[in-house]
Design a protein around this ligand. Structure first.
Ligand code: NAD
Length: 264
């Protein structure tokens, strides 16, 4: 612990349980001295998030469902009441109908397309609108993406399209907020077994493929994503904005299957 986040206060959205990437990020930030605030989506997650908040010494800001703007307002109002200003926000939220995270992208329905884009892409902008008002001394906003934004991936489908739009949003938000010294970045994380990932078809195959073919010859951990996120949220990254930073054991540089990789 070298206190890289000492004196910083941030809201972390997207903790569902202790496997969530958001939880890994929360831990890395807490370990470097940050003060944290967590939210939950619905009552079912409240009872999971509350003990994790306690363990992290975090405050809680209540229910936040990004499809309900009033609940986003309420969370940021509560943060303002408790803290006055904030220094960072983590957006680790995505959703697509499980039935369409399988098979062809071509079969995406309009309803699922709109809902996936709203929850997985627009919500970053909705949250950033509220965060801007509380980041009176600059700040850092971070979201989570995946390589399926850049290249076709089996079963990722509408989520790949939503992540591509999310990465573009990072660039536009970064340009809008740079003059306020508010930075906006994304981490493109390699596959990690979480609740959200369990909805993706053949996820175990994807994990194995990455393990065999990534330069580091393994997948990444929640802790590794957490530490890289902490860097982007800290002043170490004060010159970095609009960036999509890959934390994926180097998988994104690989052009083809390694000849000596085992069959899966
Ligand atoms: P997770 O299931 O632990 O977290 C997903 C979170 O999204 C949950 O906390 C859930 O409550 C929240 N969420 C969904 N719909 C919401 C809504 N309407 N309002 C508010 N919150 C909502 O899974 P995770 O893998 O930790 O996912 C976090 C982020 O990381 C997502 O953006 C995901 O796409 C991204 N990501 C995951 C992987 C992976 O392999 N797990 C890889 C790259 C990127």
């Amino acid at each position: 612990n070298t206190g890289l986040m000492r004196g910083k206060r941030g809201i972390i959205l997207g903790v569902a349980n202790n496997r969530s990437i958001a939880y890994g990020i929360a831990k890395s930030c807490r370990d470097q001295g940050a003060e944290l605030a967590l939210t939950w989506q619905g009552d079912a997650l409240k009872k999971r998030v509350e003990p994790l908040a306690k363990e992290l010494g975090a405050i809680t800001l209540g229910h936040c469902d990004v499809t309900d703007g009033a609940s986003i307002d309420a969370v940021f109002e509560e943060a303002k009441k408790q803290w006055g200003k904030i220094d960072f926000v983590v957006h680790a939220i995505a959703f697509a109908d499980k039935d369409e995270l399988d098979g062809r992208y071509l079969d995406t329905t309009e309803a699922n397309f709109s809902r996936s884009m709203l929850i997985s892409c627009y919500s970053l902008t909705a949250i950033t609108q509220r965060a801007e008002k509380l980041m009176t001394e600059g700040g850092s906003i971070l979201t989570l993406s995946y390589y399926g934004a850049e290249k076709w991936m089996p079963h990722y489908n509408v989520m790949g399209v939503a992540k591509a739009a999310l990465e573009a949003s990072v660039r536009y938000l970064a340009a809008d907020l740079g003059e306020k010294n508010i930075r906006v970045n994304a981490i493109s994380a390699g596959p990690i077994k979480t609740l959200a990932a369990s909805g993706i078809g053949d996820f175990r195959y994807i994990l194995k493929w990455n393990e065999y073919n990534a330069p580091l010859r393994r997948t990444v951990t929640q802790e590794e994503v957490g530490d890289s996120a902490m860097y982007l949220l800290s002043d170490l990254a004060r010159g970095v904005t609009g960036e999509v930073h890959h934390v994926d054991s180097g998988y994104n540089v690989v052009g083809m299957k390694r000849p000596d990789a085992p069959d899966i």
